[in-house]
Design a protein around this ligand. Structure first.
Ligand SMILES: C[S@@+](CC[C@H](N)C(=O)[O-])C[C@H]1O[C@@H](n2cnc3c(N)ncnc32)[C@H](O)[C@@H]1O
Length: 394
């Protein structure tokens, strides 16, 4: 496929070639085939060279994509108010936050700034933990959050945690497996190499399909009804992550975990009409579907199957506390009131904030595609969240 996208710098292209060679070496060592999830893991997280581990700007207007905390501090302020409400109403929760995949550190910054302002009553937050896979992003977070001594970085999930867990656009950044309905049954789509060129250089990445293990297809409801040629994703890494999260919260005996991301319940995800799946690449704010383009310089992501996430959490003994659109969730959590702290008469300050909020809640932008899944133990969301709850659709 010939893509017309902005050209990468010479240095970035060199890093991309190094990552290509690293992945190609692994494919050869694995006798010519690696799973797509392994390919995606290396693309995103190979030390120093992967998209999240390397030097790309990634988030914000100079990067490849934008997330809610990069759009407005109202997002973090709203989560700060909800955290306070949860901590006050659920005595089983310890006053601490654990954030997964903190990106630039903006969300943590906005939450901690709001909590420090005292505007929502003091909860005396004991600690703000961050688990971040990318050493490069962790260094950025450390710089951004140096004014907040309560922030601590963890190398892995703790065995036990009690408090509030937050993950914004983290589940979509976890490697997925590609599966394809073939004439003889389901296939697992992996990555191999084209014949090495006459110059002895590395071959190009190509897809190679193999019969899929039945366990891989078990996530797809009514898989046999999907027609030959149907391509989609399954999410074993994110499912494993949700199970570990469940075990951790169960051991802590009190927790609410909020995952905010784009995605659908399984019944909508695996619709016949969605026959090319949801895998998407983001390069300098252009979206396209080719994960072989400039390895390490573009984000590769897939939508979240929220049914699979909820089932994995429930399997470990957590409760399903809620599932709603981002719009309904943020509005119930009070984002509208926080906007009104800026008087509408002050148009110069108010209008950009109102415009940003509109991006988060408008059904045409992030309001409907993005969902919030809440799971937990010995805790509940405030009762008003029930009015927009869509847990029955999972
Ligand atoms: C799309 S970015 C979102 C960043 C940030 N949460 C935001 O909203 O701007 C995905 C983030 O998740 C991190 N990540 C992916 N898998 C992770 C995991 N298993 N544990 C912790 N962080 C992870 C990435 O390194 C990156 O920081």
């Amino acid at each position: 496929m010939q893509l017309q996208l902005p050209e990468a710098s010479v240095e970035a292209q060199r890093a991309s070639r190094l990552l290509h060679n690293l992945i190609a070496t692994e494919i050869r060592l694995q006798h010519g085939w690696i799973s797509f999830a392994r390919y995606m893991e290396l693309l995103l997280y190979a030390p120093d060279l992967g998209y999240y581990s390397g030097g790309a700007a990634k988030l914000g207007k100079d990067g490849d994509f934008t997330t809610a905390p990069e759009i407005t501090p109202l997002f973090g302020a709203t989560l700060a108010h909800l955290t306070t409400e949860l901590l006050v109403s659920s005595p089983a929760l310890q006053p601490q936050i654990l954030e997964f995949g903190a990106g630039s550190g903006q969300l943590a910054y906005d939450i901690l700034t709001e909590l420090a302002s005292g505007e929502n009553g003091s909860v005396g937050l004991q600690a703000y933990y961050i688990v971040e896979l990318s050493a490069e992003l962790r260094a950025r977070q450390q710089l951004k959050l140096q004014a907040f001594p309560q922030v601590q970085w963890l190398d892995r999930l703790p065995e036990s945690f009690s408090g509030v867990v937050i993950g914004n656009e983290v589940l979509d950044a976890m490697p997925v497996e590609l599966v394809l309905r073939g004439a003889e049954g389901w296939l697992q789509r992996g990555v191999g190499l084209s014949q090495t060129g006459a110059d002895g250089g590395d071959g190009q990445f190509i897809y190679i399909d193999r019969p899929a293990e039945p366990a891989l297809i078990a996530q797809i409801p009514d898989a046999e009804s999907l027609t030959v040629g149907h391509l989609t994703e399954v999410h074993p890494v994110a499912i494993g992550f949700m199970r570990s999260l469940g075990t951790m919260l169960k051991a802590g005996q009190g927790g609410v975990a909020l995952f905010i991301d784009y995605g659908f319940p399984a019944a909508e995800y695996y619709l016949q009409q969605r026959d090319q799946g949801t895998l998407m690449c983001h390069y300098r704010h252009h979206a396209h579907p080719d994960p072989f383009y400039l390895p390490g310089l573009q984000d590769v992501t897939a939508h979240v199957d929220f049914t699979a996430m909820a089932v994995a959490a429930l399997d470990t003994g957590l409760d399903l506390l809620g599932y709603s659109s981002q719009a309904a969730f943020l509005l119930e959590a009070g984002i509208g009131k926080l906007l009104l702290r800026t008087p509408p008469e002050n148009a110069l300050a108010y209008l950009p904030q109102a415009n940003a909020l509109q991006k988060l809640v408008s059904p045409a932008e992030m309001g409907e595609l993005f969902k919030v899944l809440a799971v937990g133990i010995n805790a509940e969301l405030p009762a008003r969240f029930a009015s927009h709850d869509r847990s029955h659709r999972l």
